[in-house]
Design a protein around this ligand. Structure first.
Ligand code: FMN
Length: 607
């Protein structure tokens, strides 16, 4: 099985797949070659899993076409190539059925290969929403069903009253995974009570946060789990039409969803008489052009209606007046994928893990300065330290942890002193950040927090739709001030002004974009004020990042005159004869850092 999510394909999974397919054919082996979704082990892509009869499943990382062919040849001769294997999957618990896959029964290991449950990346994970990701072939309805898929829908239609489903959701305390954490059961109940028809369900797969790809992966790896959640939602709320709003930049997710919709229609799982129970529900895909603000629910509705994606004042909430003025319930991809679990296992079962107010699990994209960049699913209540240091494997050698940003571009930066914070909606908000949809960016000591604040402000000011004054003008002004500081022109009063402006934008903006956009600035001012002060008082960037405050220099006692820096310098700023120490013309230097990257003897210094 080859991991064929966008991440796998980007690193050459299709060539690996072809190589395996060809070799299997050439050697006339009776192996079945399949594509699967993404198990989230991003730093080891492309991934290949091998399942031999009577053997546990082995995962091989960083494959290429050559290694893949050799692997097939090895397997055909009984050589499992354990030296290339990175994990032994003895079975993830299938949360839908509570029975482990049959591989779990085969306890025999493979020498030198660690089991998934012993690997730090997987030890803390509880894979509920992502239960099938990287496990099944996403284009196979049969494989989804074989893992317990559509059993929850069957149970809902045959054995549960709509009100019972909503009661289970209320027991589960499931909160929306799109960021705001609104109780899902409550939202469904509000929709159910509306007597205006038609009613709509929308799956919000806009996912505009830089660095976040949880929703894309779910759609690509297990599209039927989202469909099943939506069909159950239709039965519980009386909605007759569903829309999956997904950005145009996610072509594979669109393709897999479309495929899954067609399969469900053919199988009678969507249409006019679902499961022969008289339930009528259709789902269609609407592609968004990819603006961050279009993830906000009222802007999303405007976009679906063909209008400019701008939010509007709430109330009325979409559940009262949504698409085309009709009642509409919008939920995040992950929220929908959680529904079959709750219907199958019950709300109390779901609420068994988590904190008092945040139950169940959450997927996160763990990126940045961590050894294991990965898509992970962890229980609420896990600490940030466990996520960063254990699941993520900590910061790569030679660097120190500085901060972790949760919640995407409008999240806050949390410092080392708060790493023992439990991951739940309230704790993150108290710390000046947000849960958001699940981005988690780890930063090391080479990061300048002023520069980070500038980066996110630039993104958010760009993405502000401009409809309300405080977000449009406020973010631009904040961006100007932070840029001024990072250029070394700021003064101490600027910090107070930034704070005041940040609070004003937060309090007076129309939608969640403006209400959260000041978080990166406010949190870095709160936890990393000394860095701002170094920029304004000493005109110094402690992390040596802000270009206007640094200069590159070559240490003549270390430089061996190899000329590598000369070859990469596009500004022609490096002078000197071959085999003799070079110098940098500071007036010409663009401070791109390319010379530093290529310098083997480490003669290039930043000061
Ligand atoms: C600027 C902005 C962007 C958003 N982007 C998303 C998104 O990409 N996906 C999402 O599910 N929710 C997003 N939301 C939250 C949605 O407005 C809404 O709360 C959510 O889709 C509701 O689903 P849930 O209850 O399952 O979380 C965004 C909100 C704002 C303010």
């Amino acid at each position: 099985m080859v991991g064929m999510g966008t991440c796998g394909l980007a690193t050459g999974a299709d060539e690996v797949y072809e190589a395996i397919f060809d070799e299997v054919k050439r050697l006339k082996l009776s192996y079945q070659v399949a594509g699967t979704g993404c198990i989230g082990w991003c730093c080891e892509e492309p991934l290949v899993d091998v399942c031999l009869p009577g053997r546990p499943r082995l995962t091989y990382g960083r494959m290429d076409a050559h290694k893949a062919r050799e692997l097939v040849r090895g397997l055909s001769e009984g050589d499992l190539k354990p030296q290339w294997a990175i994990g032994l999957l003895t079975g993830f618990e299938n949360p839908l059925t509570d029975i482990r896959t049959r591989y779990a029964k085969q306890t025999a290991g493979v020498d030198g290969v660690r089991r998934y449950e012993d690997l730090p990346l997987f030890r803390h994970q509880v894979r509920w929403a992502s239960r099938n990701c990287g496990v099944i072939d996403p284009s196979s309805l049969e494989e989804y069903i074989a893992r317990g898929g559509y059993f929850a829908l069957h149970r809902a239609l045959h054995a549960m009253h709509p009100a019972e489903i909503i009661a289970e959701l209320n027991h589960s305390l499931l909160r929306g995974r799109g960021g705001a954490g609104f109780p899902t059961g409550k939202k469904w109940e509000l929709l159910r009570r509306q007597d205006v028809t038609p009613k709509y369900l929308i799956c919000n797969a806009d996912e505009g946060d830089p660095g976040a790809y949880m929703n894309r992966t779910l759609l690509e790896s297990d599209p039927h789990s989202v469909l099943e959640g939506m069909i159950i939602g239709a039965y519980a709320t009386g909605a007759t039409e569903g829309i999956i709003y997904v950005r145009e930049e996610y072509p594979l997710a669109v393709k897999r969803m479309q495929e899954a919709i067609s399969q469900a229609e053919k199988a009678g799982l969507l249409g006019d008489d679902i499961f022969n129970q008289g339930l009528r529900f259709q789902i269609r895909i609407v592609k968004g052009a990819g603006a961050f603000v279009c993830g906000e629910e009222t802007a999303l509705i405007a976009s679906v209606e063909g209008r400019v994606g701008e939010p509007r004042q709430r109330p009325p909430f979409p559940v009262e007046r949504g698409l085309g003025g009709k009642p509409t319930c919008i939920n995040n991809v992950e929220t929908w994928a959680d529904i079959p679990l709750i219907v199958m296992r019950g709300g109390d079962w779901y609420a068994q893990i988590g904190t008092a107010t945040s139950k169940g699990t959450k997927t996160f994209c763990l990126v940045g300065a961590v050894k294991n960049t990965a898509l992970v699913e962890v229980p609420f209540g896990i600490t940030l330290r466990q996520v960063v240091e254990e699941v993520g494997g900590g910061v790569p050698e030679g660097r120190k942890f500085k901060a972790v940003q949760t919640g995407g571009p409008s999240g806050g930066c949390i410092p080392e002193s708060l790493l023992d914070l439990k991951v739940d909606y309230e704790s993150l908000t108290q710390a000046g950040s947000i849960m958001g949809s699940g981005g988690m960016i780890v930063m090391d000591d080479s990061t300048c927090m002023v520069d980070i604040a500038k980066y996110f402000l630039t993104f958010l000011a760009d993405e502000s739709c401009g409809k309300c004054f405080s977000c449009r003008e406020g973010l631009q002004r904040m961006q100007q001030i932070v840029t001024h500081i990072s250029d070394g022109h700021g003064c101490e009063e600027d910090l107070d002004l930034l704070e005041e402006l940040g609070w004003m934008v937060r309090e007076t903006s129309l939608c969640g974009l403006g209400q959260t956009a000041p978080n990166p600035v406010l949190s870095t001012l709160r936890y990393f004020r000394d860095e701002y002060l170094a920029h304004v008082r000493e005109k110094r960037c402690p992390a040596k990042v802000c270009k206007q405050l640094i200069a590159y220099r070559i240490d003549p006692t270390v430089c061996d005159g190899c000329g590598a820096c000369v070859r990469v310098c596009t500004s022609e700023a490096i002078l000197g004869e071959k085999k003799q120490a070079h110098t940098i013309d500071k007036a010409r230097c663009s401070k791109c850092g390319a010379c530093m990257e290529v310098c083997q003897p480490k003669a290039v210094l930043v000061e």
